[in-house]
Design a protein around this ligand. Structure first.
Ligand SMILES: Cc1ncc(C[n+]2csc(CCOP(=O)(O)OP(=O)(O)O)c2C)c(N)n1
Ligand SMILES: [Mg+2]
Length: 755
């Protein structure tokens, strides 16, 4: 970078660094004394030797100024409560080059310092106004085209910018997933919503590059490229040398990424448009043409602190601040503008002030628009549900020919075969769904040739081939990142998490990312999926906490997530159809919990009775979201609310209770654990003389708490009630596990206490 020939900041020791930065620009221009060239024509290099032409420079400069003045405006109007976000882009305005050199159909997952990127990308579609759109987002206006006022995000539906949450690095796995999906579409014959040679763009900070979610994306990108599989993702590390107040060791980013195998490193000077343009161009073109994961190390700086609330002067020396402020890329851009002869001082100052005016005017306009004023407004895009369309889709069975081919003939259709147990019927249902949805994919650890740890997915890989049913690398965060990527490209992913305990280390990919996309994009983007998870306790052959995790608390409170848990094979098949329909029709993110201990359960009361095997439901049968299953419907003496392993357990206990206490026992299988069907629970409770809530999960924060709340709020709080639950502990190995988890005897004992 050409050195800035002055250090104006030294004259300003003001507390408000935004004012200092603003003043620096003005003085820099006013005091400019260097020679000026004859202005280049539009298509000539802006400065000798630069790859950037004059028109390009002019537009980039305008984008940079828009970004800068949005930041300055936010600082001023925040204190007037007209703006609600002050994390800015100042110092990072060089990222406009990435936007210019990519296409607006290259899906972008952006760092929060992407104001200039956005302003530049807005040019790609004539008639769009980056200033007004951004102002609406800053003001949390309901008219904000990105999130409808739910968050200050960089996002746009027409510009393929998928809004990101605040969690740093959490967007890297799905950015890679989207890149992989772009390539995979061809292999499964799926029509992409964007051109086939698109790349994904994913920007983040230097400190964020250290995060586990970032590292898994780099690792998986390299793992993919190592196998000569395409992964056209452009990782853009905007290196300003600091994360809030923690400095990144000097040279760390280059040293860490320069020589990583299968992650192609490029450096670009993001502080200097004339210099950096060719460097960014090389990286973008490399990614697009080679389809290899590309790491663009973009040098930036950070002026005006981390956010408006960050008074750097309180924790950094003034000399350090001066130095940073002198590296402001807008000073360099001003220098190029003047030196090239493209702008006179007055023209540049006029442009600067006109942009300021434009940003303030837009902000005042945005402040006058309506905001979200009701809870219904806020929640409108969170959990879309169109019951009639979902039912029609779940029961749609217009793929008879494909079914015949998959199952191998009329006589082999599963509904024509004798009753079977859960594992088999899940497998059959998955065959059915992959036949029904050509855009569906099933993937996870060990799911392909082995058919999963419990052979539930056996045969799918052979029937549907490796491009639709495949093993991933061992990383749950990345499995869920891939799922989001496929979904972003219009496919229907069915990721498998091998055990519930291992969902927890990737939970944020559902909690903070997938489940929040419809909300933060105001319903414009969706990443539908059905996540299958082998779950819950009571395994006889394979013990210990991590293979018997009985807590679904972390799933239950994720807004908008649908959680279903069948206890028998026919329910599993019908539930899977409904979940896929919810994903397909309403874009919902769904979790399907498979009770491992019931996979092979065939008998209910006695060995060999075969009473826990059921007929496979014909493909036009499904169940409604929230619909439970009731056993012994007319019985009132005792009603047991339960799910999963609790269902056969309650039915077994009912026999003893009926014999001993002479009570008729009704068992209610909730089947749907989120959202809980409060009305259904209350209706079942109303006719009960006594109630047991049997929850195999832990006592604290388990499903049982929600069930009891629904009972009490439904007006049945006076009915004698007890809860049978797991203990608040981890599950030990071997038979000691049964000390922790509820059993038939506990259910009977609790019933006696109600007597
Ligand atoms: C997972 C997570 N941890 C912590 C934070 C709080 N936080 C927000 S930004 C930030 C620093 C990020 O620095 P860097 O990646 O270098 O980006 P920069 O702000 O410098 O552009 C931190 C710690 C967060 N948003 N997400
Ligand atoms: Mg940083």
């Amino acid at each position: 970078m050409t050195a800035i020939p002055f250090a104006l900041g030294a004259r300003h020791k003001g507390f408000n660094r935004a004012e200092v930065v603003d003043q620096n620009f003005l003085e820099f221009v006013q005091l400019w004394q260097r020679e000026t060239r004859a202005a280049p024509r539009d298509d000539e290099a802006v400065l000798p030797g630069s790859a950037l032409d004059a028109r390009g420079f002019r537009e980039l400069l305008e984008s940079q100024l828009i970004s800068r003045h949005l930041d300055l405006m936010a600082r001023v109007l925040r204190v007037q409560n007209k703006v609600f976000y002050t994390i800015g882009s100042s110092g990072h305005e060089g990222n406009a080059m990435v936007a210019r050199l990519a296409r607006h159909t290259d899906p972008a997952f952006l760092h929060y310092r992407s104001g200039a990127f956005m302003a530049e990308r807005f040019r790609k579609i004539p008639g769009m106004d980056p200033v007004m759109d951004s102002a609406l987002s800053f003001a949390a206006s309901k008219d904000d085209p990105a999130s409808g006022g739910r968050h200050k995000v960089w996002g746009s539906k027409p510009l393929w910018v998928l809004p990101q949450t605040s969690t740093i690095a959490s967007h890297l796995p799905k950015a890679l997933g989207t890149a992989v999906a772009i390539e995979q579409a061809r292999r499964i014959g799926h029509q992409l919503p964007i051109p086939d040679d698109s790349i994904t763009i994913c920007s983040f900070g230097d400190a964020s590059s250290n995060h586990a979610s970032a590292q898994t994306a780099f690792n998986t990108a390299a793992w993919t490229a190592y196998q000569k599989l395409p992964a056209p993702v452009l990782f853009v590390c905007e290196d300003n040398g600091i994360g809030i107040s923690v400095k990144t060791p000097s040279g760390w980013v280059a040293s860490n990424y320069q020589h990583r195998a299968n992650l192609d490193y490029f450096f670009a000077d993001g502080l200097d448009l004339a210099e950096g343009y060719a460097q960014v161009q090389r990286a973008v073109e490399h990614c697009r043409t080679t389809r290899r994961p590309t790491f663009l190390h973009l040098k930036t700086t950070r002026v005006m602190g981390h956010a408006g609330t960050d008074f750097e002067i309180e924790w950094r020396s003034i000399e350090e601040l001066f130095a940073v402020e002198c590296s402001d890329p807008l000073l360099r851009s001003a220098g190029i503008a003047l030196e090239s002869g493209l702008y006179s001082k007055d023209e540049l100052l006029n442009l600067y002030e006109a942009t300021r005016k434009r940003c303030f005017a837009a902000a005042e306009d945005a402040d006058s628009r309506h905001r979200l004023t009701s809870l219904d407004d806020v929640m409108a895009p969170l959990a879309p549900y169109t019951p009639a369309a979902v039912k029609a889709e779940a029961e749609r069975a217009d793929y008879a020919d494909r079914r015949l081919a998959v199952f191998g003939g009329e006589g082999k259709l599963p509904e024509k075969l004798p009753p079977r147990h859960l594992a088999i019927q899940i497998g059959q249902a998955l065959h059915d769904l992959l036949a029904k949805y050509p855009e569906a994919l099933l993937f996870g650890e060990d799911v392909a040739q082995k058919g999963g740890v419990y052979t539930v997915t056996k045969g799918l890989n052979k029937t549907f081939k490796g491009s639709r049913v495949f093993n991933t690398l061992l990383d749950e965060t990345m499995i869920l990142g891939l799922a989001q990527g496929y979904a972003n490209m219009g496919m229907l992913p069915m990721p498998e998490i091998q055990y519930l305990a291992y969902f927890h280390n990737a939970c944020d990919q559902i909690r903070g990312e997938a489940a929040s996309l419809q909300f933060f994009s105001n319903g414009q983007y969706r990443n539908p999926m059905v996540m299958r998870v082998a779950s819950l306790g009571y395994q006889k052959g394979f013990g210990g906490h991590f293979h018997n995790d009985n807590s679904i608390t972390a799933l239950r409170d994720i807004p908008g997530l649908v959680v279903g848990c069948p206890s028998r094979g026919d329910d599993a098949a019908m539930m899977l159809r409904t979940l896929m329909a919810l994903a397909k029709v309403d874009g919902r993110v769904c979790a399907f919990l498979e009770p491992i201990a019931l996979y092979m359960t065939k008998d209910l009361y006695e060995a060999g009775d075969g009473q826990w095997q059921f007929d496979y439901p014909a493909p036009d049968q499904a169940m409604t979201l929230g619909e439970g299953r009731v056993y012994n419907e007319r019985a009132n003496d005792l009603v047991v609310f339960t799910f999963g392993n609790g269902v056969p357990m309650a039915l077994r206990a009912a026999r003893t209770i009926e014999a001993e206490l002479k009570w008729q026992v009704r068992v209610v299988d909730l089947r749907w654990l989120a959202p809980l069907n409060d009305a259904f629970i209350a209706a079942q409770a109303r006719s009960a003389r006594r109630i047991l809530v049997l929850d195999e999960g832990r006592k604290s924060a388990g499903v049982g708490e929600g069930v009891i709340t629904a009972i009490v709020e439904g007006g049945c709080g006076a009915t004698p009630l007890r809860r049978v639950v797991g203990a608040d502990t981890f599950t030990p190995l071997a038979s000691a596990a049964l000390l922790v988890l509820p059993g038939v005897d506990d259910v009977v004992a609790a019933a006696r206490k109600l007597g």
